[in-house]
Design a protein around this ligand. Structure first.
Ligand code: PRX
Length: 568
């Protein structure tokens, strides 16, 4: 049966929303202590949800597994005991580098139960991307699989803080464990399934995701246990999750959407999730909705545009009638995609906006409000965004400026790991500056304009040009590199690199491909330049900084702007 949201209830909830009430809906650990894993899973054991499915999993190979909340609570407690036996403690950083398999979710929850900080890594990352993150966070434990470990083998000597590697061997491969490695299956079999969850305070650090900026390597965005309040409330009111929903979030937990809304938001609402290990495949995706009777779907604009490319006939072959609500995040959702959803899938996509730093959805098109196709929607109750001028003063509706938020919502990031100065620099005049440009209309809907910095958004993945440039110049042929985002109708932006070569190297198609492969292997399949152009020299400021802005203007045929600082 479809559960249609009740408009009056919503309006009332919206008018009367208070974070204090959300706090009462959670089940605190006593003495004001809060632990995300307890809120997401263990507290349901006291209710009729105990034997309800927390998730149904489908593997790439077709394997199927179901975990009830009880089984998930017990397995994650077992894993908490494994970590504790290895000597991991509250505050330690534990990273997980796995495909979307049940052990990933168990590791995340078990880590939170011991009060350690969990850092999920995208399994498409290459050795450099993983090394940067483990090194910066001084991670003590890594959970991975034999295949993924092989991919990053070369980095382990450079990680003195990494004490233990836990190997998840789902396929029971014949492997030999090296020094410092333990078998997930072996340790889990020995461990108790009762664990006294560490009574973390709401300000204790819980989750860490790395995000890209214009300069420097990716920065660790740190969230506290209090973030669960935001995950819970927004999953309830924006994703509109109800007791009987079957919910599917297509994002990987290596990115914030995959944790806030692929783990914490839905489970704190006691909702059953579908977890599909595989990546994008139009037919397979429709068949998942049909097979599991998915009711609420959270996905991304690039995926929607790719589905659109497969045409209007394909979805007709599947029964998608279970769907009652669909949301999208990560990039601008073009109005055509919203309308296409309504026409072809039967429901429109509701765009919403947030960031790794904000921890939860802050601006959204709600199920009961009129969607304005192309707009990100309106602020979540209790959230105060504004559009500011370059002096960080509020602008009236209709004017374009910096999208900023009044600080203070519970899931807001607490710091950039060991980069307090960069964290501080994000606050101006009492506002958190998001790095996005936007405008607000007279009805209070926000419209995305673009990034205020050089960060590239490719298929919803933020890529810092510096990270790609650093990888490029490690190639023996590359002297200098400048990287820009180039508009693309499907993935929003593709990465283009301008490269000058060292003496003795000659531009060729073969060299381009070799450099591409080199970066792809080091970073990830999401972060390598799809296009490389060789230039004799790159435009630089007099102080030697490569002028990406100028490269981009030239590429796009736009005015070059102020070039007075250009090195002549
Ligand atoms: O530029 C905005 C874009 O994605 C950025 C945040 O990326 P990340 O931290 O990786 O988190 C992604 C998932 C929450 C934003 O600063 N962005 C996010 N949502 C939208 C968007 N751009 C346009 N429209 C959106 N709805």
């Amino acid at each position: 049966m479809k559960q249609m949201p009740n408009l009056e209830d919503y309006k009332k909830a919206y008018r009367e929303f208070r974070w204090e009430d959300i706090e009462k809906e959670l089940d605190w650990l006593g003495d004001g202590k809060l632990n995300i894993a307890y809120e997401a899973v263990d507290r349901h054991l006291k209710t009729s949800r105990k034997n309800k499915a927390a998730f149904v999993f489908e593997g790439k190979d077709g394997a199927k597994e179901t975990y009830t909340f009880f089984e998930l609570a017990k397995s994650s407690s077992r894993f908490a005991n494994v970590l504790a036996d290895l000597g991991a403690e509250k505050g330690d950083r534990v990273f997980v580098f796995l495909d979307r398999v049940p052990e990933l979710y168990i590791s995340v929850l078990g880590t939170l139960k011991i009060g350690a900080v969990i850092g999920p890594l995208f399994s498409a990352f290459g050795p450099d991307a993983v090394k940067d993150r483990l090194m910066d966070s001084e991670a003590k434990v890594l959970i991975t699989s034999p295949r993924l470990k092989n991919k990053i083998e070369e980095i382990f000597n450079d990680l003195p803080d990494l004490e233990h590697i836990i190997i998840v061997n789902r396929d029971r491969e014949n492997i030999e464990l090296c020094d410092g490695e333990v078998s997930y299956e072996g340790e889990m079999a020995k461990a108790e399934d009762d664990f006294d969850i560490v009574k973390t305070s709401k300000e204790d650090y819980a989750v860490m995701h790395y995000t890209s900026g214009t300069t420097g390597k990716p920065k660790g965005v740190v969230h506290a246990h209090a973030a669960i309040k935001g995950h819970y409330a927004t999953a309830k009111y924006v994703l509109d999750l109800h007791e009987d929903d079957i919910y599917w979030c297509t994002a990987d937990p290596g990115w914030v959407t995959g944790t806030s809304y692929g783990i914490f938001g839905p489970w704190s609402n006691g909702v059953t999730q579908v977890i599909y290990e595989g990546g994008f495949n139009a037919k397979k995706w429709y068949s998942i909705i049909e097979a599991y009777r998915v009711t609420v779907w959270y996905t991304a604009p690039t995926a929607i545009r790719m589905l659109m490319r497969f045409g209007d006939k394909l979805p007709e072959k599947f029964d998608l009638s279970s769907l009652r609500h669909a949301c999208s995040v990560g990039e601008p959702l073009n109005p055509e995609a919203v309308v296409w959803g309504e026409k072809v899938i039967g429901i429109p996509f509701h765009d919403n906006w947030w960031q790794t730093e904000t921890g939860c959805i802050l601006i959204a098109n709600y199920p009961v409000q009129d969607i304005k196709p192309g707009s990100m929607g309106r602020p979540f109750p209790g959230i105060s965004p504004a559009i500011l001028d370059d002096g960080y003063r509020e602008l009236p509706p209709g004017r374009e400026g910096h999208l900023a938020i009044k600080p203070g919502w519970p899931s807001m990031f607490r710091t950039y790991w060991k980069k307090e100065d960069v964290y501080d620099s994000r606050f101006k005049n009492g506002w958190y500056i998001t790095g996005d440009k936007a405008k607000m209309d007279e009805d209070g809907y926000f419209w995305f304009v673009g990034r205020a910095d050089d960060v590239i958004n490719t298929a919803g993945h933020l890529v810092g040009p510096f990270e790609v440039e650093s990888a490029l110049i490690e190639h023996p042929a590359v002297a200098e590199a400048g990287v820009i985002g180039k508009p693309d109708p499907i993935v929003m932006e593709t990465i283009k690199a301008f490269v000058s070569l060292k003496e003795g190297f000659v531009p060729s198609e073969e060299l381009k491909h070799e450099i591409q492969r080199f970066v792809k292997k080091k970073l990830s399949s999401a972060a390598y330049p799809r296009e490389i152009e060789f230039l004799d020299t790159l435009p630089k400021t007099r102080s030697g900084k490569i002028m990406r802005r100028l490269l981009k203007a030239r590429e796009l045929g736009l005015p070059e702007g102020d070039t007075s600082t250009l090195e002549r």
